[in-house]
Structures are given as C-alpha cells and as structure tokens.
Design a protein around this ligand. Structure first.
Ligand SMILES: [Zn+2]
Length: 202
C-alpha cells in the first residue's frame, strides 16, 4: 500500500489526519513534530508518495542525538514556532515524494509566514497553484481547518455552535473541535490540472 506522511505538531490535526484520510487508499503515517518528520524524510528512499506538512512547528530542544546539532547559542530558539514546512518541502522532494503540500491553519492576518502563502492561494477553487520540484507536484494551502472531530467540544462555544447569537467562528457551528481536512487537501493536491509556472498578476 502506498504511504502518506503527515507532519503536524497539532493534536487536533493529527487526529483529523487519521480520520479524514481513512478512505484515501493510502497507509497514513503521522509524525507528531518536526524532529520525527525530519528523521523519517531524511532516511526515506521513496517511502512516501505523498507528504503533507504543517508550516509552523516548534524548534526541537538541543540534546545529544537530536536531528539538528544545535549548540548553546541556539538554545534561544528552543520551543519557538518556526516555518519548518518550507525547508521540509525540499527534503520531501529529495526523498522521492510525488505529491507535497504545505498546509497552515494560521490566518494570513495573524502570521507573516501564512501571509507569504497568499500568492499560491488564488487558484484554491480550481485546486491550488501547482509547482513542480524534482518531479514532485507541490501546493500550498492556508486555513483548511474544517474537519469536525466527533466526540470533542469546541473550546470557543463549549459545543453550542453559537457565540452571541452568531455561528461560532471556532467550529463553524459544528460544536466540535476542528482539524485540518487532509482528505479534502489530498484531493486538491492530486487534481491534475496543468502545473502553473507563472502566477498571473505578480
Ligand atoms: Zn464553537
């Protein structure tokens, strides 16, 4: 069975990976942080046909045997969210992945690295801008946190689905916590429109 590797440090996004990709026809492997994902990709030889990446993940702690050889000067970065999704695209392409996506649930008003993805989002409704890298198709997506996790309770509206008489913005009215809808993103990633090499309007 072909494999998908999902690298995301959010527990909700790990849960939605298992659930939303259950019928994808792929074996789903979930890496729970940058370090785990980096190790899997680094030693992969075409193990994963599809790699789905979170954009922002915490910097691992420096310690013996860590995947990044961070010295004392790098201690200041420990635990900080960093846009590891970008370099992991290149590592995934080098590892022989055929389809790669970077997916952030950070709104572009709230984080500069999410705002950086705006140019890639303009084709969202027709499947997203597809770039080719080392033979792999690469796409970037913002805030697809739309997969309701059954059995969980939205922490904004406590499960009622409404906030001050409006539909809750945290769960879109579902009352559940949301995770990234990786299944929907996989469909967009595999959609086979022609690759877009020049983004009009830039
Ligand atoms: Zn809610």
């Amino acid at each position: 069975m072909k494999k998908i590797l999902v690298i995301d440090d959010g527990a909700n996004n790990q849960a939605s990976a298992t659930k939303s990709l259950a019928d994808s026809g792929y074996e789903v492997v979930v890496a729970k942080n940058f370090e785990e994902g980096f190790s899997l990709l680094r030693w992969s030889h075409g193990d994963y046909e599809v790699v789905l990446l979170d954009l922002l993940m915490p910097c691992p702690k420096s310690r013996a045997g860590a995947v990044l050889p961070l010295g004392p000067e790098a201690r200041q970065f420990e635990g900080q969210e960093m846009p590891f999704g970008f370099p992991l695209v290149f590592l995934a392409a080098m590892s022989g992945a055929q389809y790669i996506a970077v997916v952030t649930d950070a709104n572009h008003h709230d984080h500069p690295m999410s705002a950086m993805l705006d140019p890639f989002e303009w084709l969202r409704n027709s499947g997203g801008v597809r770039l080719l890298l080392n033979g792999a198709a690469v796409k970037f997506f913002q805030y697809p946190a739309t997969f309701p996790l059954q059995g969980t309770v939205c922490n904004k509206c406590q499960g009622t689905g409404t906030l001050r008489d409006y539909k809750c913005y945290g769960c879109y009215g579902s009352g559940n916590q949301l995770g990234k809808d990786w299944g929907m993103l996989l469909k967009l990633l595999l959609s086979d429109e022609e690759p877009c090499r020049v983004v009009p309007g830039l």
